[in-house]
Write a protein of this length. Structure first.
Length: 288
């Protein structure tokens, strides 16, 4: 386990967050559930964790996300590090989703904050949240139960989900890419492309790469081992290389970005979309 010693987080931010956070409330939450039993319920016991996930600490937590403390502290801390407001930022991504998707996969869902918002926005849809951390999934399941929302939770890798081809019409990822090496982020997009039906949408919410290129100090402050590699890349280019069309990135409040794309329609689907169903003579009839 690579451990970064005496970071700015240890020296400065940890005391600040200790002051901001309700430690008693977090202790009560920690004691309120049998988290190990909840973890076991969602855990895929034979899952092999990738080295990029095992070999790093994240956010000052020893052991990264394979630690209950990460799940307990994630939401209380995140509300302060996603200005101007965590829910507002996540909702901005959801507001840009077109149509009424019926089957949604939220990759790297963490504690399920975006996943819950997706289910609220599209209550008729089947929504699945996927993450590598069973502790984060246990917290997500707890939050969904408290909110009365029916969501399926899957313990697996975002770059190799095991779901069938073309089994979703919306794939999302929030705050995931800056926590994975760029090669893995690109693999995740290729996996998303495989999973989407023709015409399906992908929506990626993360830090603004242009801004992050000038904030290298964040790597030390928040123990983000991959954030500078993420900043040097281009989500637009990664999505184009994965095969997505109509790729566009929108900056949100200077420090966030939302990138969207579509899986192209095949030749037959494109003709039907343009002309409507075939007539009896086999000539496409105009769609009105």
């Amino acid at each position: 386990m690579a451990v970064r010693q005496d970071t700015l987080w240890n020296r400065f931010l940890q005391p600040i967050f200790s002051f901001l956070l309700d430690e008693e409330e977090m202790k009560q939450l920690s004691k309120s559930k049998d988290w190990e039993a909840l973890r076991d319920r969602v855990c895929q016991p034979d899952l092999v964790y990738p080295d990029y996930y095992l070999s790093q600490n994240f956010h000052g937590v020893e052991g990264g996300y394979l630690n209950l403390d990460a799940a307990i502290t994630y939401d209380p801390i995140t509300q302060y590090v996603l200005p101007p407001g965590e829910t507002w930022v996540r909702q901005e991504a959801i507001n840009r989703i077109g149509g009424q998707p019926q089957r949604i996969l939220d990759l790297g869902c963490g504690t399920g904050s975006t996943t819950l918002l997706l289910k609220k926005a599209f209550p008729q849809a089947e929504v699945i949240g996927l993450d590598l951390s069973p502790y984060m999934l246990a917290m997500a399941e707890h939050k969904a139960s408290e909110a009365g929302l029916r969501i399926e939770w899957q313990h697996d890798k975002a770059e190799a989900t095991g779901f069938p081809n073309e089994s979703f019409d919306l794939v999302t990822a929030s705050l995931l890419f800056h926590e994975t090496p760029p090669a893995i982020s690109q693999s995740i997009l290729r996996e998303g492309f495989r999973l989407l039906q023709p015409g399906g949408q992908v929506t990626i919410l993360d830090g603004n790469q242009k801004t992050l290129r000038h904030t290298e100090w964040l790597t030390n402050v928040f123990e983000e081992p991959y954030i500078q590699d993420y900043a040097k890349g281009s989500t637009d280019a990664w999505m184009g290389a994965a095969g997505f069309d109509a790729v566009q990135t929108e900056e949100i409040w200077w420090i966030h970005q939302i990138t969207r794309g579509l899986k192209p329609l095949g030749v037959e689907e494109a003709m039907v979309s343009q002309y409507g169903e075939n007539t009896e003579e086999g000539i496409p009839a105009p769609a009105f």
